[in-house]
Structure formats: structure tokens, C-alpha cells
Design a protein around this ligand. Structure first.
Ligand code: GLC
Length: 659
């Protein structure tokens, strides 16, 4: 088999996926994919085998009882397990889900988080085992440490993709790792490496791009940013997720069926993983979706039970030597399994089971499976070995999480300047008639729209709570809405806010800024299920109404739209003189004001997804109307008159895709 330099092969592989890419920095692999992408690359881990470490692990595993091993592969959620139960049941890991905080207090301080982490750690080190094994705590810090009040939150991935700046991503990873270590946590369930294809999907905003090349470059950068040297005070273990094909499900149905060919899986959905593995990612989270290669007549079924991909490919071909973790009750979706019992998932290659609530039943069922031979001792030992390897590589055996210099430090949660820079780079100017933007600082402006003063709409899902819902601005303990930023930039006396422009004489102002947006959601709650049209003004009629109230009054209207997906909005764009796709920019509204107001910053963002030209256009394939292509974005100088965009009649129901 010809082993070609990594760069050549990765470029080949990704060029086949219809994207141009400069390869990642990784030099360690020889990628032996056949040029047409007909086989999985042959990679090897960048982490050299450490014989002394492996020997130490083997000795520890040899001295563990069956119950201790099964406890080690079990990951409960903090609402459902006490520190003393971690000790009693030899638990290897805990997680906090979105909307779960110490003492279930959304306002828990960084000290509260660090204190709870210490209690879990000390409990795990107080068992009756021959060798104590420290517990590891995982959390979804997917746009900064988004569970923690007071943490600076970055733009979600859909916006970061528009920045197309891997160096920025690596810096965000570093800052996020420090935020997480401040709370005593050492494992982050990020980056998401979905190559999202259908904007109906509720998790589109967690995807960097529909271009595998951008995803690959960012995978490398984010993993390096988060993991650093793996065992430093500001380092965390990263997670490549969700393996594999989460962004390619039929009709964008979350946790649905990905009907990709083998070549598409290899060249599109796998692209981020080769780069993440090249950067040394230590954990991989399994995806809820299933894979059905319809063209080949091969239905591989749910990923959580797919031995070929989880073992033969991920371990065999791709050389992954870290741990594989299931998703939240993901084993429940494997045929014949329940959320507390699934030998098939463990035999397929999953090493750690995320079983938030029913962990006691899982332990007893899995002990019984091993005793009955349904799970071999060798497979269990292999899973425990991988978990211990990740813990040792990340320094957890040598130093308690609380030993980090960032532990308990509230200032480590802050990264306002970096986030503000990321906002500037992640917003895209789609229209700027007659050079309306940038706005001079002597403008007297009217701000309208429900999203203008809403940190919730500005930050989106995975924010303080799982869905980003049930939050008020006060819950954020920091952050600046766009309204606040404009007041700061122009002087409060020059900014009037009216959510719906009722009773306002628009002509009394120099400019109107309309801030529109989706309300937050996460996962399947964000799906827009076929055949419903996907059109912002249909889902948010108040946004259309407020724009109609201020447009055509002889005063320029600048519209800013917060959305977790490329939005069909030609009707809104036609009512605007300038239009900014801001996606989900996070807590630093000042970054938006930086590019709306005159000053040193211009728009540089370029779409990392196509922008649809009709309400039933959901992706890039045939039959989809594209209003703006991937890579589109204006700056002040490149502004030109678009004229009115077409607004085709939106049907009550879109044609159903071929099932
Ligand atoms: C969720 C998500 C996954 C997340 C996990 C833990 O269901 O699919 O991305 O890491 O559960 O919160």
C-alpha cells in the first residue's frame, strides 16, 4: 500500500469532497486512502506508545475486580449521583448535561463548581481499590463554558465557520479550556465535526460548515487549542463528535438516518475526524444517527452498535487510541438494547457509557453480561485500559483537577476581547445598498426588534440551560446585547429602542437598526420537519411586522438577523437597505457594533454554508435555490446594489424528498 505524505493525500481526499483545503498541520500520519476515497485512510496516533504507562495500566487493570471495571466504564450525570456513590460504585466519570449545575443552582459560582469537582475527585480516590483511579468530569463547553453563569460565550460554530480562521479557533480553544479548568472540570465534549447538509437540522449551528475542508481545518485547531499538551493547568481532554455522519441525516432529522455512500462517509463526514485524530484528540463521542448506504444496499444501522465503524475503522484504520464514549442514553437506540443495558454497544467498541440516570441498573446488567460471557473480559479490560490511558495522558493520576492554577478563579471565565474579535469575524454582510454601513458616530438611531436586547437570542442553545431557554439577561452575569453595545458606541441619548416601533415617528431618526432572530433551541427541538417551509418570517411573524413598520419611511434600515441556520429571508432582505447574517454571536454584542459603526473594523465574514433562495431550499443539491453561495460576503467597499431579490410564493408544504 502506498503511503503518501499526509498533506498530499488529505488534499486529494478533501478535493474529492468538492472542497479546496490547505491540509492541517499534522505531519505524523501517512494517509493511504486510495485517491478516489474508496477506502478509509490508514492513520496512526500521534501519541507514541509509552511502555511504562502501558505497563502501569496493565498492572492496575489486573488488580481490579469486575465491579470496579464496570464502574470505571460508567458515566452518570451529576444530578443523579453523589460523590459518595462515586466512591461506593468505583465510577470512572461523571458529566453535567446542559442545564445541570452544582446544587441545581444556575447561578452557581466558579467556586461552587470547583468545590463539587473536588468532592467527586476525592470520593473517587477514597475507594477500597488497590490503586485509586481518579474520576474525570465531562461537560459541553461548545461555545465557551456555556453552562456557567459569568463565562464569556463565543459565537456558535456556524458563525465561526464564516470567520474561516483556524488560528482564531485554536485561541478560542485555549480560552475555553481555561474557563473549564476554572471549574475543576478536565474533559470537554467538543468540537462537533458535523458536516451539516440540511438546514432543517436543529443542530446546524453546531456545525462549522458544509465544506469538509473548513471542518477539517477547524477540527485540528480546536483540538490543539483545547488539549494543548494534554496535562497542563490550562488543558482539557477534547472530544471529536458525533462519530459519524450526524450532519448528513435524511431531511435533516436529528438522530435520523444518514443515507450516505461509503465514499461520502469517507470524504465528507470523516474529514474532521482525520484532522482531529491527527491533532491527537483523546475521546470520540458516538453519534445517534444510523448509516444506511442505500446505493450499495448496505444498512449499517445505528452508530452506537456499529462495530465496523467504531472498531474496525476508528481503531483499525484510523489508529485511534483514546476512549470512545456513547451519547446521552444513546445505547437505548441499538436494537435489542435499553438505556441501562447494551452488551452490543460495548462489544461494538464503546468504552464508556453515558448513562445519566439509570447507572445502577447499567452496572448490574453489565456485570451480569460479563459473567455470562455476553461481554468478554478482554473487551472490558480493553475499555478500562483506554479510559486509564486518557486519564494518565491528561495528568489526572498525577495531579488533582484542583491543582490547576486556574481552579476556582472567576477571572479565568472571562475572554471578552477574544470573543469580541470572533464576533467581528463571524458575521456576514449580505447587503449594503448605497453604502449605508458603516454608520457614523453622530447618528441618531432607532433600534427595533425582539432580539435587540436579548442575550438569549444572541447566544442560542447550549447556553446556561440545554436549549438556551428560560434565561433572562440577568442570568448571564455579564455580556452585552447589541442594544447595549450601540448605546455604548453612540451614546445612550442617540439610541431609542422600541421592540415593535409602535407609535414611533421613524422619520425623526437617521437610521433604523432592526435586530431580528430565532429564539433558542437545541438538538431535535430545533428541527424544522419536512414538509414545513423553512422561512424566518413564517416562524417569527413579529420580526416581519416590525420590519414592515419601519421600512420605506425614507430612513435607511439596517437588519441584523440571529439564526442557527442559513435562513430563507428574501422578504426581509428586500425590506432592508443593509442586511447582516449574525448567526449566534454569543455574549459580546460589542463585536457587532464594531462592524456596524465606523471605525477600524470592516466585515470579513464569508458564508460557510449556502444561503437559500426559497423556503423549500434546504441544502446544496439539485433543486435547491441558492441566493448566496458558500464563500459570499460583502465588505463596505464591495457593496453593490442587489436590487429586489426574488420572493417566490412559499407553499403551505414543501415537496417531500424522495424517501
Ligand atoms: C447530548 C448531545 C451531545 C452532548 C451530550 C451530553 O444529547 O447529543 O452532543 O455532548 O448529550 O450533554
Amino acid at each position: 500500500m502506498t503511503r503518501l505524505p499526509f498533506k498530499i493525500c488529505l488534499s486529494l481526499l478533501l478535493l474529492l469532497a468538492g472542497c479546496s483545503v490547505s491540509p492541517t498541520k499534522a505531519e505524523w500520519v501517512s494517509l493511504a486512502a486510495t485517491p478516489e476515497g474508496s477506502d478509509w485512510p490508514l492513520l496512526r496516533s500521534p501519541h507514541a506508545v509509552d511502555p511504562a504507562m502501558e505497563q502501569r495500566i496493565a498492572e492496575i487493570v489486573a488488580g481490579m475486580s469486575l465491579e470496579q471495571k464496570v464502574g470505571q466504564i460508567t458515566q452518570p450525570e451529576i444530578r443523579y449521583i453523589t460523590p459518595d456513590e462515586v466512591r461506593q460504585y468505583y465510577i470512572g466519570s461523571v458529566l453535567n448535561g446542559g442545564g445541570s449545575w452544582p446544587g441545581m443552582d444556575k447561578g452557581a459560582s466558579v467556586e461552587d463548581w470547583a468545590a463539587l469537582s473536588s468532592r467527586y475527585y476525592l470520593a473517587s480516590m477514597s475507594t477500597d481499590m488497590a490503586v485509586q483511579i481518579p474520576v474525570i468530569w465531562g461537560t459541553d463547553a461548545v461555545h465557551g463554558h456555556n453552562n456557567v453563569a459569568g463565562a464569556t460565550l463565543f459565537p456558535h460554530n456556524i458563525g465561526l465557520g464564516a470567520a474561516n480562521d483556524p488560528a482564531l479557533i485554536e485561541r478560542i480553544g485555549r480560552a475555553t479550556a481555561r474557563q473549564v479548568r476554572a471549574t475543576g472540570i478536565t474533559w470537554v465534549f467538543a468540537p462537533t465535526l458535523a458536516v451539516s447538509e440540511n438546514r432543517r437540522w436543529g443542530r446546524t449551528y453546531e456545525s462549522y460548515s458544509s465544506d469538509p475542508g473548513i471542518v477539517a481545518r477547524y477540527a485540528d485547531a480546536m483540538v490543539r487549542g483545547l488539549q494543548g499538551d494534554l496535562d497542563g493547568d490550562g488543558d482539557v481532554v477534547a472530544t471529536a463528535k458525533h462519530f459519524m455522519g450526524d450532519g448528513g441525516t435524511f431531511d435533516g432529522i436529528d438522530q435520523g438516518e444518514t443515507r450516505a455512500t461509503r465514499q461520502e462517509m469517507i470524504t465528507r463526514h470523516g474529514a474532521g475526524y482525520y484532522a482531529a485524530l491527527g491533532a491527537g484528540v483523546q475521546t470520540v463521542m458516538v453519534s445517534y444517527n444510523s448509516w444506511n448506504d442505500v446505493q450499495a444496499g448496505e444498512n449499517h444501522g445505528k452508530m452506537h452498535g456499529d462495530r465496523e465503524l467504531l472498531s474496525d475503522v476508528l481503531r483499525g484504520r484510523l489508529g485511534f487510541d483514546g476512549l470512545v464514549v456513547s451519547d446521552w442514553n444513546g445505547i437505548d437506540q441499538v436494537p435489542g438494547c435499553t438505556k441501562d443495558h447494551c452488551a452490543a454497544a460495548i462489544n461494538a467498541g464503546i468504552d464508556m457509557i453515558m448513562v445519566p440516570e439509570d447507572w445502577k441498573a447499567f452496572i448490574s446488567n453489565t456485570v451480569a453480561d460479563v459473567q455470562a460471557g455476553r461481554i468478554s473480559t478482554a473487551r472490558l479490560d480493553e475499555a478500562v485500559t483506554r479510559i486509564l490511558r486518557v486519564k494518565m495522558r491528561s495528568g489526572l493520576f498525577e495531579r488533582a483537577p484542583s491543582a490547576s492554577l486556574y481552579n476556582g478563579r472567576a477571572d479565568a471565565l472571562l475572554a471578552g476581547a477574544l470573543a469580541r474579535e470572533a464576533v467581528r469575524q463571524s458575521v456576514v454582510l449580505l447587503k449594503n445598498e448605497n453604502g449605508v454601513l458603516p454608520l457614523a458616530h453622530d447618528r441618531r438611531i432607532l433600534v427595533v426588534g425582539a432580539s435587540a436586547d436579548s442575550l438569549s437570542n444572541q447566544t442560542g442553545g447550549w447556553t446556561l440551560t440545554w436549549g438556551g431557554t428560560e434565561n433572562t439577561n440577568a442570568d448571564f452575569r455579564g455580556g452585552t446585547t447589541l442594544l447595549g453595545a450601540l448605546r455604548r458606541g453612540l451614546g445612550s441619548e442617540n439610541v431609542v429602542y422600541s421592540i415593535d416601533a409602535a407609535g414611533i415617528d421613524v422619520s425623526a431618526f437617521d437610521t433604523v437598526i432592526a435586530v431580528l432572530g430565532e429564539t433558542p433551541y437545541a438538538e431535535y427541538n430545533g428541527d424544522v420537519r419536512a414538509p414545513a417551509p423553512v422561512q424566518h418570517s413564517l416562524s417569527y411573524p413579529a420580526d416581519l411586522a416590525v420590519l414592515q413598520a419601519v421600512s420605506g419611511r425614507g430612513v435607511p434600515v439596517v437588519t441584523v438577523l440571529y439564526s442557527g441556520r442559513p435562513a430563507y429571508a428574501n422578504d426581509l432582505i428586500n425590506l432592508s437597505d443593509a442586511f447582516v447574517a449574525a448567526f449566534l454571536p454569543g455574549t459580546e454584542g460589542d463585536g457587532l457594533a464594531d462592524v456596524l459603526l465606523s471605525g477600524p473594523f470592516d466585515f470579513t465574514g464569508r458564508l460557510s454554508f449556502v444561503w437559500p433562495g426559497s423556503a423549500c431550499s434546504t441544502g446544496e443539491g439539485p433543486g435547491n435555490a441558492v441566493q448566496f453561495p458558500r464563500g459570499y460576503g460583502l465588505s463596505y467597499a464591495s457593496s453593490r446594489t442587489n436590487g429586489a431579490l426574488p420572493v417566490p410564493v412559499t407553499p403551505a408544504a414543501c415537496e417531500m424528498a424522495t424517501p
